[in-house]
Design a protein around this ligand. Structure first.
Ligand SMILES: Nc1ncnc2c1ncn2[C@@H]1O[C@H](COP(=O)(O)OP(=O)(O)OP(=O)(O)O)[C@@H](O)[C@H]1O
Ligand SMILES: Nc1ncnc2c1ncn2[C@@H]1O[C@H](COP(=O)(O)OP(=O)(O)OP(=O)(O)O)[C@@H](O)[C@H]1O
Ligand SMILES: [Mg+2]
Ligand SMILES: [Mg+2]
Lengths: 258, 258
């Protein structure tokens, strides 16, 4: 069956897009059939995978019921990774979708045929840095939330907001199957105490909900998007590429154990 | 007169909050009477200046017309810097305010008495990482937008979105006085080519709209918020503190020249 994972955190700049692109590429390298859905009007996952945003080519129309998600799928530069791109107008979806009946479940509705066809093993959804209608729709439709967090103070402060929301959506009935896929520590800088302190704090509170893999700060990860390629293509032997390959292996192992 | 500056960028994690807190503290150090307004439901500027968010204590009620902004002002740990804190419920304001007449100008309305009283030389508004109702209200009420940008590819990609919006708000009549205070480059890492490339690109396109001061990546800036103090108190002699003092001096000089 297809596993749908929303990569979400309302804190900005924590590595959501970097994780979606590079985890997708490394999971594909390890044989998983991958689909990325870019739900952020910034279109970063779209450009990071080598596409240019196009008007009318995003989930926006599928959320309104005017288009099927399947017709919006495009190949990317990464072998084995397809994408539903984003467009700037996606920002307008927040207002349009909010006015619809069952506004929280428009994404789940658009996703249903893709789940039934089971063409993909894993779908990764890149969410914008907010808990607005788009992110809420992704969480209401997903099997799990993967929560990246920078090893910084503000990111730590905001972590309980998103983890409590996941619990509320599950226990309130909006999405009874929603669980935490894992909390992923990103931009870990071994030279600072702050990173080590944040890591220790997160493992203390969240235990095995935290991925064992930690993504180090690595300039190759921030250079790759300007070349429109994932890091396992742009810099195969970088610490960033190794870390996301390790994460992909751990992700598969955790899915198998469920 | 009081100058109101919205610190905004829809890209997440570019240093909006870090700039609001440390520029406010350094401007106060140089004699300016400062007010910070935290408009982000993440409450980062509130905690970074030593306060805990409290229910009912945010601009939310003033946007609905139920409370005056003046009654919401509190002192902070930084000498000469007051704040209107944020609260988690501010996220709900997006929906409530959207339903009101003149929804784009609720902030300007709440600000009018503060402008008239002229108790402050500068008001800095910390915006959330989106172009939703809260950020639009801040831009509609402000004299200028200060736009922080990390020296990274995605931040560069999104810069034209916010600069075009400023032009549209001014020329479309929503805020005829709105200009760009300046584009501020943050988290500059001298060891990487990427930082230098992004800086060169920004100066090429935006010329003297770009602050001469560049904020370096400095771990003291990311440690300071966990102590609830601005960097000029937490680590007076750090490169981060010097950079924000330099920025404050440049800010005053640019305001004088207008
Ligand atoms: N491990 C890393 N090492 C170095 N740079 C990184 C790393 N992860 C992400 N970056 C860079 O940090 C910035 C923020 O990352 P990214 O854009 O993926 O975060 P995000 O959470 O998707 O941001 P937003 O909240 O705006 O959607 C980007 O410029 C990215 O290239
Ligand atoms: N110059 C710097 N050097 C090192 N760390 C920095 C610097 N500026 C900001 N930071 C850290 O980077 C992270 C992002 O900065 P900050 O939270 O100020 O950005 P933001 O734009 O306000 O984010 P958001 O979009 O979530 O509101 C924070 O953890 C902050 O402490
Ligand atoms: Mg992103
Ligand atoms: Mg902020």
């Amino acid at each position: 069956a297809t596993r749908v994972v929303a990569v979400a955190n309302q804190k900005g700049g924590v590595g959501k897009t970097t994780t979606v692109i590079n985890l997708a590429a490394c999971l594909a390298e390890q044989g998983q059939r991958m689909l990325v859905i870019d739900l952020d009007p910034q279109c970063n996952a779209t450009s990071g995978l080598g596409l240019s945003p196009e008007e009318g080519l995003s989930l926006y129309r599928a959320l309104l019921g005017e288009q099927t998600a399947r017709n919006l799928i495009r190949p990317t530069v990464a072998e084995g990774v397809d994408i539903v791109p984003a467009e700037l107008d996606l920002a307008g979806a927040e207002v349009d979708v909010a006015r619809m009946d069952g506004y929280l479940h428009r994404f789940a509705l658009a996703l249903a045929p893709l789940r039934a066809a089971a063409d993909y093993d894993v779908v990764l959804v890149d969410c914008p840095p907010s808990l607005g209608i788009l992110t809420m729709n992704a969480l209401a439709a997903a099997d799990a939330a993967l929560i990246p967090i920078q090893c910084e103070y503000y990111a730590l402060e905001g972590l309980s907001v998103i983890t409590r929301l996941v619990t509320r959506l599950r226990e309130g009935g909006a999405n009874p199957r929603l669980e935490i896929e894992g909390i992923l520590m990103t931009m870990f800088d071994g030279r600072t105490n702050l990173s080590a302190q944040v890591e220790a704090e997160v493992r203390k509170h969240f235990g095995d909900k935290t991925f064992a893999t930690v993504i180090p700060r690595n300039v190759r990860l921030s250079e790759a998007p300007s070349h429109g390629r994932p890091v396992n293509q742009y810099a195969r032997d970088s610490s960033g590429a190794f870390a996301y390959r390790l994460l992909a292996a751990e992700f598969i192992q955790r899915t198998r154990r469920r």
